[in-house]
Design a protein. Structure first.
Length: 389
């Protein structure tokens, strides 16, 4: 599981059956840790390096089993769904030396919380699965997730579809991204957003690490692949693949449900650090791209002192995560009336005092017309800005 790609976002890791009862702690067992990092030396294309148990330095777990007490007991009733929020704090888990270099030692720092389907934390921001069958008349379809479980997805008049598509556009070759909530008894999704990532049984998602050429219309780009469906196609998670563009691709922005998408994201508006997915037919490890979808991403970092502009609703932000090394400097964050503040923050004005706590910002990375980057607080979704430990 690539935990780093989920910073600030919630997905469904898996669903399992456990005996009814009350649980006050959770034992987590970890094995075979790997650490991936980017080598960025402009103007060369970035490369990826992986550390594991046999590399130098070797990756080692200081403890392979961790028992986490639950502040609120996990109460499991027969026939009901209950959730367990699982957050892995990578920054506090991966040891570095005095010069900031990874030592290979990993001390798992976990935060687990029991949640019910009615809680805000039970909302699934990002779940990707293949479509198995479609019941357009019944406003539902069946999907199969990465771990083989099948779920029924129900849609209604409030469900938003990307690119003006509808349930009639789904086929058994579609791969979709959905956002919504699980029903506590039926284990079905009620989707409030559905995006078709691929119509050709293949999807790969990850970070853009290089765009060629860096300005004007791109002819190819490098994708640090972080998720793939299905497996066995020649694309591997944890590797960088060069993706060729022909000019015939369709471009979408997940959660932007209008015709303006191409004004904000297209082959001329791609930039390193964007979280995207590609879809299209694949053969012998090469994909013919038909769809490119810009997707939301989370960044942890710090406020640039005295950068808050209340008139423009912006502030400057230094991202210190994986994608942040691709930005080559601070980015401008735009907030809207729909931006959700948390962690003690209530509004943009709360940042005017130059708080030193780390911030987590979730949104979309866009390229502005003159080529700089901004992390835009999209007005069509209540993405969060949080101050956290």
């Amino acid at each position: 599981m690539d935990f780093a790609r989920l910073n600030g976002l919630r997905t469904l890791l898996d669903i399992n059956t456990i005996p009814a009862g009350t649980y006050t702690s959770v034992a987590v067992t970890l094995a075979n840790p790997q650490i991936g990092y980017l080598n960025v030396n402009p103007p060369a294309r970035p490369t990826i390096s992986m550390l594991n148990g046999t590399t130098s330095p070797a990756v080692t777990l200081t403890q392979s089993s961790v028992t986490i007490p639950l502040s609120t007991p996990l109460v499991v009733s027969t026939g009901n769904i209950i959730g367990l929020r699982f957050e892995f704090n990578l920054r506090n888990s991966i040891a570095v030396d005095g010069s900031g270099q990874v030592t290979g030692a990993v001390t798992p720092t976990l935060d687990l919380k029991a949640i019910t389907p009615s809680e805000a934390d039970a909302y699934v921001d990002d779940f990707i699965a293949g479509v198995v069958s479609v019941n357009a008349g019944g406003n539902s379809f069946i999907i199969q997730g990465p771990h083989g479980h099948q779920f029924t997805v129900n849609v209604n008049g409030q469900t938003e579809w990307e690119g003006s598509e509808t349930i009639s556009n789904l086929t058994s070759t579609s791969i979709v991204e959905i956002s919504g909530a699980l029903d506590r008894t039926a284990a079905t999704f009620l989707a409030d957003s559905v995006g078709i990532l691929s119509e050709d049984r293949f999807f790969a998602g990850g970070l853009i690490t290089y765009v060629n050429p860096p300005t004007n219309t791109a002819t190819d780009f490098d994708l640090y692949v972080r998720s793939v469906l299905p497996s066995g196609t020649g694309f591997q998670s944890g590797e960088i693949s060069t993706i060729d563009l022909t000019g015939n691709e369709k471009y979408f922005i997940y959660w932007m449900h209008n015709s303006w998408t191409n004004h904000f994201f297209n082959a001329g508006l791609m930039v390193p650090g964007q979280h995207i997915s590609i879809g299209g037919p694949v053969a012998n490890g090469a994909v013919t791209v038909k769809r490119v979808v810009l997707r939301q991403e989370g960044h942890t970092g710090t406020l640039v002192a005295n950068s808050v502009n209340l008139n423009a609703n912006t502030f400057q932000f230094n991202s210190n995560g994986l994608a942040g090394v691709l930005f080559n400097g601070p980015v401008t964050v735009y907030v809207t009336p729909f931006t959700r503040f948390g962690g003690g923050l209530k509004s943009l004005g709360d940042l005017s005092g130059n708080p030193t706590k780390p911030l987590r910002v979730v949104g979309l990375v866009l390229k502005d017309p003159i080529g700089s980057r901004c992390l835009w607080r999209a007005a069509w979704k209540n993405f969060p800005i949080d101050a956290f430990r």
